[in-house]
Design a protein around this ligand. Structure first.
Ligand SMILES: C[S@@+](CC[C@H](N)C(=O)[O-])C[C@H]1O[C@@H](n2cnc3c(N)ncnc32)[C@H](O)[C@@H]1O
Length: 230
């Protein structure tokens, strides 16, 4: 596993890709699979500042040729469509019919469906990749381990899972997000080491971790990618 720690303390400037993924110049100088290349493009087609690499690109490379990919909690389908553009056989599911309506309208070339993460029926070893991209923080603490186990079982040996989530200890009741939009949900924050433990307990082997600094509208966050052992 390659762990990248201490980023929050560095306090270096960073930029935001149009996909909403914070991506800083500092990634380009860290030893991690997520910056193993130059000239990565983030979802939305924006070049990464500093010539670094976007985690979805690294994920796409890791699962390329492994078959179907599922984007769980895909929202409006930005990342789903980005991965499809990269040649992956990817589909997206989301709890919200409204999100899926938007995803279908914005990306008619992609497959989307309405489904809660907790109700998915996934065949054993049937996916090359699964994403829980900024969506799993909605799951209550006792539910996340079951969902991670479901994902782990659904991955083929050598398949990869990637997630990004908010860092912290609290269950934050949100009434506002995205710089002032009224919302109502709970964000279940995790400490990176807790999240990594849960992923390991589900049977996956973490292969990369990025800790992202707080931004204008959100606190620190973490991205973890893990592999199902052969
Ligand atoms: C912050 S958005 C992220 C959307 C997308 N992954 C992205 O990065 O653009 C979180 C999404 O998770 C979805 N979501 C929340 N709870 C879910 C659940 N239990 N099952 C499936 N999707 C869920 C929400 O409807 C929302 O679209």
């Amino acid at each position: 596993m390659v762990a990248v720690r201490g980023v929050e303390r560095q306090g270096q400037p960073h930029a935001r890709l149009s996909c909403g993924l914070p991506f800083g110049r500092h990634w380009a100088s860290l030893r991690c699979p997520f910056d193993a290349d130059k000239g990565g493009r983030g979802p939305g087609g924006v070049g990464a500042p500093g010539g670094g690499r976007c985690p979805p690109d690294t994920f796409a490379d890791a699962v390329s040729g492994l078959g179907r990919v599922l984007d769980v909690g895909c929202g409006p389908g930005t990342v789903t469509a980005y991965l499809a553009e990269r040649g992956l056989d990817v589909s997206g599911v989301d709890l919200s019919p409204h999100m899926i309506e938007n995803a279908c309208r914005l990306h008619p070339q992609c497959r989307f469906g309405v489904a809660p993460a907790t109700d998915l029926v996934l065949g054993e070893a049937s996916f090359g990749g699964v994403l829980g991209w900024w969506s799993l923080f909605h799951l209550p603490r006792d539910v996340l381990p079951q969902v991670l186990s479901l994902f782990a079982g659904a991955l083929k040996p050598g398949g990869h899972f990637i997630t990004g989530t908010h860092v912290g200890d609290e269950d934050a009741a949100r009434t506002e997000a995205y710089g002032g939009v009224p919302v109502r949900w709970t964000t279940y924050k995790w400490r990176p080491e807790q999240l990594v433990d849960l992923i390991e307990q589900a049977g996956l082997r973490p292969v990369a971790e990025l800790r992202l600094p707080a931004e204008e509208y959100s606190g620190p966050s973490v991205v973890v990618m893990a592999r199902r052992p052969d």
